[in-house]
Ligand binder design. Structure first.
Ligand code: P6P
Length: 336
């Protein structure tokens, strides 16, 4: 696999066509369109501050959050790219209340639907903190030749055919899985291609980093409060406490923990009993990736990928990362 390093995303998909049990060309076209939209969003993110793309547009998204100019821009770019791919019959976006159906003859015959958070962590844009795009790809369950239906989007995460994210950070990376391991591609601006830079990513089963908003300490269940106190104690084996790392950008925290080992928690709070993060386009794609890299993702009681969605923007508590760290949290919860 290492001799693949440096090859482009499209070359990789073609060389690894046995990884994708459906027509490779479909996935290749779909991922390359997502890659193009990511490059366009990356261009705008990288010049944010120089041109008028910062700040909010004065509108509220379906979650009641102020939409940033780049949120709306990113959403429009991914809608355009997915419509143009000819493989997608519809999409669910964090920025849009209902599903977006594509009504061209080609699109209505598309085999796939996409759930996407076009720009997660966008409140960090103005302060130059890494942000990300998170996406899930499913085969449609509705009849081809017709518009996409809600049922296409309310599938368990275990039915994803691909899950991935783009992180717009010190470099721009696309990380995805189709169920045969996790691979990371770094954008080479000199050629405008995503090139394989992190082959067969495996998350360490242990880590020393924990990511949680400790400002909500009093709002967490007692079991989570006890876990936070546990990680702050001196570890008898390593003789040091764990390290807190919480950027306020899920993709950035997740990516660091995937590479170095660690855990991210956004549990239920008194204010948000179902947590803050969305199942369809945040928890599920990252859960698919973390399990494919050897990690775990739960809601505190259940495996994330087993959860049956009932609504598009359904929220879920999320505890995700190194297996032994997630298991330790579950010990605290089960002993509660
Ligand atoms: P809080 C960003 O809004 C986000 O969805 C994630 O990217 C991030 O991890 C989390 O919310 C931050 O939420 O409540 O800690 O500010």
């Amino acid at each position: 696999m290492d001799n693949y390093l440096g090859i482009t995303l499209n070359e990789f998909i073609i060389r690894r066509q046995s990884d994708f049990k459906y027509a490779t060309g479909e996935l290749s076209r779909l991922l390359s369109h997502i890659g193009v939209a990511a490059k366009i969003v990356n261009r705008e993110v990288n010049k944010a501050g120089l041109v008028d793309v910062l700040g909010d547009v004065g509108t509220i998204n379906t979650q009641g959050e102020a939409q940033q100019k780049l949120d709306v821009y990113a959403d429009s770019q991914f809608i355009h790219a997915l419509r143009a791919s000819g493989e997608v019959c519809g999409m669910a976006s964090e920025e849009v209340d209902d599903i977006v159906t594509f009504d061209s003859i080609l699109a209505k015959d598309g085999n796939y639907i996409v759930c996407i958070d076009p720009l997660d962590g966008s409140s960090n844009i103005d302060v130059n903190v890494s942000i990300g795009t998170i996406f899930s790809i499913y085969r449609r369950v509705s009849q081809r030749g017709h518009l996409a239906e809600n049922a296409d989007f309310l599938q368990e995460g275990i039915k994803q055919v691909a899950g991935g994210y783009v992180i717009y950070g010190s470099s721009t990376m696309l990380v995805y899985t189709t169920g045969k391991g996790v691979n990371g591609f770094t954008l080479d601006p000199s050629i405008g291609e995503f090139c394989l830079s992190h082959a067969n990513l495996v998350i360490p089963e242990n880590g020393s980093l924990y990511s949680i908003n400790e400002g909500y300490m009093r709002k967490f269940d007692e079991s989570i409060q006890r876990y936070i106190k546990y990680v702050q104690e001196i570890d008898p084996e390593t003789k040091r406490p764990y390290k807190a790392r919480y950027i306020g950008s899920l993709v950035a925290d997740f990516h660091r923990n995937l590479l170095n080992g660690g855990i991210y928690l956004y549990p239920a709070t008194q204010d948000q009993p179902n947590g803050k993060l969305r199942l369809l386009y945040e928890a599920n794609p990252l859960a698919f990736i973390v399990e494919q890299s050897g990690g775990m993702a739960v809601d505190g009681a259940n495996r994330i990928l087993d959860l049956k969605p009932n609504t598009l923007h359904q929220r879920t508590p999320l505890i995700i990362g190194s297996t032994n760290m997630v298991k330790k949290v579950m010990e605290f919860i089960e002993n509660d």
